[in-house]
Design a protein. Structure first.
Lengths: 234, 234
DNA sequence: GTCTATACACAGATAGAC
DNA sequence: GTCTATCTGTGTATAGAC
């Protein structure tokens, strides 16, 4: 089976901002004062684009509602028809990113059985998704501390849940004898760290002209080298 | 040679907050209005401790000068005797962390010649330093975007400079034939990502009761496994 | 050196016209 | 649905007493 690349991924997955906003509208129908879907989707798209753009430059806390109003070309009054407070806007963005991530990962991994295949697929999908939604992932990572205490706990739980996917794959592989015995928790954490580096240090990787496909190949290569290595004698 | 552990590192390096503050005083004698060293050092210590504590919980931008005044038990007026603006306080913290990092890394690597030894030492020192100054490292990472544009460039340059240390070690190793040929830039980036994960996700590693020494061993192990692996046939 | 009191800009949020 | 105008709290920073 030829490995999926980023172009394939984008074709397979619907991740236009319009689709995302339609999904958010469905989930927040009662919280949003405006009722006409077409209007809501158009404006939510502006609002999220602008929020991500401004926040990823100078921070969500430092972005004022007046900044957001100017960038979206909507008045302050209009903005508050879509969320009841700045904090709620933050939660909408965080929540949406989390639920999309979970859905896409589950969908794509469901059909894959062999641990070696699952490991490669999980790395690729996570990486490609974070590439397709880079501003969302960067934002979610950097703005966790501005969430309420409860939502911070949710964010950590979600982080551990995606890490658990990798742990489970690794453990399956070990128990089936296709991977050698390693500290699967540490290995899973290391994979996550490498995946996160891609969207946190985008500036570095673009400057070096490293494509997401070649980075995927690198992460897979390092991981496989480690879990397949012959145990060395002391 | 027995490998240095974290306890050894702490013994070898003077990194009490008092020492750090004395160093800052030396570098900012003219910017600080108060002149008695003992007073300055005592208060700077409070100020930095409090800033790191509050900012690492809710963000530097979200920390008000009134918060800082309460936590340090210094009045607003007194605080402004030590820096001329909130932004300057941020720069002092960033700058200090950078210069300490650079100094410690250089000092400790100077005497080590063999690439394999240098690689292990660079990983250990970086990791141990970030452990000894965890709040500083976390702060520096998370608050880069609140710096002025120029200082943001400096921060990126410094990030690339420490990465260059690893690149150079790896290249030396390759040209001396002790490491196999790899993409040294990617490998160096991966090492950095793993090192950063340690201070960015401290909550995770403490929950799992992973010590800094065992994490050091893990990072060294994965790296060496990769750079020593026999090239696989296609 | 440190304090209290205060200046004044700007934040988030809403009321009510259209 | 969207706007303008405005309320009220809080932000950074400083002046001047002690």
């Amino acid at each position: 089976m030829k490995a999926m690349n980023f172009a394939d991924f984008k074709k397979r997955v619907n991740l236009s901002n319009t689709d995302i906003c339609r999904e958010i509208f469905a989930g927040h129908r009662d919280a949003i004062r405006v009722k006409k879907e077409k209007t809501v989707v158009r404006n939510l798209e502006r609002i999220f684009d602008a929020t991500l753009k401004i926040s990823n430059r100078k921070g969500f806390q430092a972005m004022s509602m007046r900044d957001l109003s100017k960038e979206t070309e909507l008045s302050m009054g209009a903005l508050y028809a879509y969320f009841s407070s700045k904090e709620e806007l933050l939660e909408m963005l965080q929540m949406q990113r989390r639920s999309i991530t979970w859905r896409i990962l589950s969908e794509h991994l469901e059909a894959i059985r062999l641990p070696a295949d699952r490991l490669r697929a999980a790395i690729r999908i996570h990486l490609y998704l974070s590439e397709a939604m880079q501003p969302w992932f960067y934002f979610a990572y950097m703005e966790t501390k501005h969430l309420s205490k409860k939502d911070q706990e949710d964010a950590k739980a979600s982080e551990l849940a995606t890490e658990k996917i990798f742990i489970d794959i690794l453990e399956d592989g070990v128990s089936q004898g296709v991977f050698r015995e390693t500290d699967t928790t540490l290995v899973a954490g290391a994979i996550k760290a490498l995946l996160q580096d891609w969207y946190l240090k985008r500036w570095k990787y673009s400057k070096r002209k490293i494509s997401v496909d070649s980075y995927a190949a690198f992460v897979i290569d390092t991981t496989e080298t480690y879990v397949n290595a012959a145990t060395r004698p002391h």
